[in-house]
Ligand binder design. Structure first.
Ligand code: FE2
Length: 151
């Protein structure tokens, strides 16, 4: 399925994070954990909030809120938040292991969204409605505030 422009934009954000995360491999564990948390605060969390605040409620107007796609997406977001919290709290060698778990979960989550959530959004809402929601999504993504405030 060829994704609508708005969904391609979201998939592009996934690709950008995954490329940045792949580059972190070269940095030392503490620095790489810090950079992953910076990316989480600045881009990943706002992206998840946009999905939760705009796209999933729109989907839930057309399908049940207990639909597996909605429940699975929210569950994944909780796991990502848990891992980000654990990474912030981790010290010493544990940081590297938690950072690796967060990176792995992000990769799995991006693949799930691109294979399952995005096609479901496109089939259910249509590209025209998704285009109408683009400005609202961008506002949500831009309203995360500075990094410290998002902690
Ligand atoms: Fe997501």
């Amino acid at each position: 399925m060829t994704l609508c422009p708005e969904l391609r934009r979201l998939a592009g954000e996934h690709a950008r994070w995954l490329a940045k995360i792949a580059d972190l491999g070269a940095a030392d564990a503490t620095r790489s954990a810090e950079r992953l948390l910076d990316l989480w605060d600045a881009e990943i969390l706002p992206h998840c909030r946009g999905e939760e605040d705009v796209l999933l409620p729109e989907l839930a107007r057309r399908v049940s809120e207990a639909d597996a796609v909605i429940v699975f997406t929210l569950g994944d977001h909780v796991v990502l938040r848990r891992l980000a919290r654990e990474l912030r709290a981790a010290a010493g060698p544990a940081r590297g292991a938690v950072a690796a778990s967060l990176a792995r979960k992000l990769e799995e989550h991006a693949a799930f969204e691109e294979r399952t959530l995005f096609p479901a959004l496109q089939e259910t809402l249509g590209c025209a409605r998704l285009a109408e929601l683009a400005a609202e999504l961008a506002r949500r993504a831009g309203s995360a505030g500075p990094r410290r405030a998002a902690r």
